[in-house]
Each structure stands twice: as structure tokens, then as C-alpha cells.
Design a protein around this ligand. Structure first.
Ligand code: SAM
Length: 303
């Protein structure tokens, strides 16, 4: 079995906000299955659909829940949740959980290329069977677009210079995380105190390579549209841009605004009234025990 170290964030809060006795649970970002295990323990009869787009996570989840006939593990990007549910012949879901970003397992595995501290290939794909690696993404993306990505996703002050630098690194034949991190560190003029100069740049590249914001927008819309009456959608985000998307989406649903499920749809969509939206933050105790939880925000929508 793959050793899959990941401490679930805001796990108590996720459980304590479930008050609808759910029959069907959809986990959009199952990872190590730690949140899922707690939910399945509490509701042993529940039908659980566990999605992830990472092959290692899927292999781990299949082993972890091997004896459970009520747990379906599916490899997919969560933007395809409608197709996953269609194939399983499930039309409504009572509980949706999305715990966004990368798992500690992905981050701490050098060969996946997420960490600038570990020497590995510039990959950063959650699904290594699809899309461009970070290296190919930099190679095939124009300097102007790279600059926007660094500035918008990472708030990078030196976005123009850093975009030029990334292109130059590729031209000079660099291929590994530590080569890029070193070049960034040498070239940067300003960095936030206590933060490695490569942090924001690596995060921005990861968000672009995995289309994380596009996935989130699509997952929220499709998730809301399959949520049953009294259904609960819980989203944990770690980044202000992500959180803003979740906050605005929940607020607009609370205000009863319609939306388009897919780009190009002819009719705006509106499904059900939202009773409440809530925000939960990690306790000081959780932050002390798991510093990764520091920037986490849990938003809960109840239909
Ligand atoms: C923070 S971890 C989730 C950890 C999990 N809640 C647990 O308790 O172990 C995020 C997981 O979501 C997956 N993921 C992120 N974005 C995804 C997407 N758009 N579609 C499918 N899986 C995604 C990643 O591959 C990763 O395994």
C-alpha cells in the first residue's frame, strides 16, 4: 500500500456542520481519503463517490476502501462530476466536499515536481497522464501570459522579470525544480519576509498547469446543480483567489441568482433555495499541530 501521509484540515468542522443525515456523499478531492474515512465511519450506510485525478491517490483509495461495497472510487477531474454521476446512475447528492489544492503526499514526493525544496522534474501535474508538465507549460506559453499568471495567481511584484527569467531557464536547458528555484532566488530583487522567493512562482505555475480556478468554477456550478434539497456543499480553500470564487458563488446562490452551468448554455440555471452559508476557520490548536492549516477556510452552503 502507498504510504499516504496527509493530515486532513478542518476535519472536525466538516463533520460538525453535517446535519442532514446524508445518503449520498460526493468527495471531489479525496486524496488520502482521510476526510472520507471520518464521514464513512459516522454514516456507515452512506453511498460514497470518491473522486481524484491523481493515479497514486486513486490506487491508495482503492486499497483503503477495498472492503466497502458502498464506496465507489473514480479517477476524474471534478469538473466532470456530472459525467461520473451519470455513469453511476446517481442523480442527486446530499453532501459534497472539496478540499482544494495538493495533498502533502503530492507535495512531499520529489518526482512530482511540486516542491522547490526537493529535486525533481518540473512537472506539477496532479494527473500525470494528461496535459502539459510545468516545463512544457513554460516552454509553450508566451511571456505576456506567463506574466499575467504570476501576477494574478501569485501576486508577484516582479511578474514581468520573472516571466522572462522562466523562459530563459527553459532556453538554457534547465529541467528540474531546484535549478529553477535557484535561478529565481538569484534573480529576485524583492521577497516577502520569511517566504522563499520561489514560493509564489511555483504556486502560480501549479495553479495554471492544473487549471485550478477553471476546475473550481466548474465544480461549484455542477456540484450545486446536483445537490439535493437539504444538501450540503463544503469547500476548503487555501488561497485568497480560490476563496473569493467560493465566497461569491455561495453568496450569489444565497441571493437566488441564476447561473450558467456550462459556457455556451442557452438557459441560465437555478436550482433550489439556499438556507445558509457559513465560514469556519481552523482553531489555534489545529494551526499549532498542523501549520499547513493556517491559511485554510471552510465555507459551507446548505440548501
Ligand atoms: C488537499 S488534498 C485532499 C486531501 C483529502 N481531503 C484527505 O482527507 O486526504 C487534494 C486532492 O485533490 C485532488 N484534486 C485537486 N484538484 C482536483 C480536480 N480538479 N479534480 C480531481 N481531483 C483534484 C488532488 O489530486 C489531491 O489528491
Amino acid at each position: 500500500m502507498i504510504t499516504f501521509q496527509h493530515t486532513p484540515v478542518l476535519a472536525e468542522e466538516v463533520l460538525s456542520t453535517i446535519d442532514n443525515n446524508p445518503s449520498v456523499y460526493l468527495d471531489l478531492t479525496s486524496g488520502g481519503g482521510n476526510h472520507a474515512a471520518r464521514i464513512i465511519d459516522r454514516y456507515p450506510e452512506i453511498t460514497a463517490v470518491l473522486i481524484d485525478r491523481d493515479d497514486d491517490a486513486i490506487a491508495h483509495l482503492k486499497e483503503k476502501f477495498a472492503g466497502y461495497s458502498n464506496v465507489k472510487v473514480v479517477k476524474s477531474a471534478f469538473s466532470n462530476l456530472d459525467k461520473v454521476l451519470f455513469l453511476l446512475q446517481i442523480s442527486k447528492v446530499d453532501l459534497i466536499l472539496a478540499d482544494l489544492g495538493v495533498s502533502s503526499f503530492q507535495f512531499d514526493t520529489a518526482e512530482r515536481g511540486f516542491s522547490f525544496r526537493l529535486d525533481g522534474p518540473m512537472d506539477m501535474r496532479m494527473d500525470q497522464s494528461a496535459g502539459l508538465s510545468a516545463l512544457d507549460y513554460i516552454r509553450s506559453t508566451g511571456e505576456g501570459e506567463l506574466r499575467s499568471v504570476l501576477s494574478e495567481y501569485g501576486g508577484e511584484r516582479e511578474a514581468g522579470r520573472m516571466a522572462r527569467l522562466l523562459k530563459k531557464c527553459v532556453e538554457e536547458g534547465m529541467t528540474t525544480t531546484t535549478q529553477f528555484a535557484e535561478a529565481i532566488s538569484k534573480a529576485k530583487r524583492f521577497s516577502k519576509k520569511g517566504i522563499d522567493p520561489a514560493t509564489q512562482i511555483f504556486m502560480s505555475l501549479r495553479m495554471a498547469v492544473n487549471n485550478e480556478l477553471g476546475e473550481l468554477e466548474s465544480g461549484l456550478k455542477k456540484g450545486f446543480s446536483v445537490l439535493s434539497e437539504h444538501g450540503i456543499m463544503s469547500v476548503i480553500s487555501f488561497h485568497s483567489t480560490e476563496d473569493r470564487i467560493v465566497k461569491n458563488f455561495f453568496r450569489n446562490r444565497k441571493n437566488g441568482l441564476p447561473f450558467y452551468v456550462e459556457d455556451g448554455d442557452e438557459m441560465p440555471f437555478e436550482s433550489g433555495r439556499v438556507m445558509s452559508v457559513e465560514l469556519h476557520l481552523p482553531s489555534e490548536g489545529e494551526i499549532a499541530g498542523n501549520p499547513r492549516s493556517r491559511s485554510a477556510k471552510l465555507r459551507v452552503l446548505k440548501k
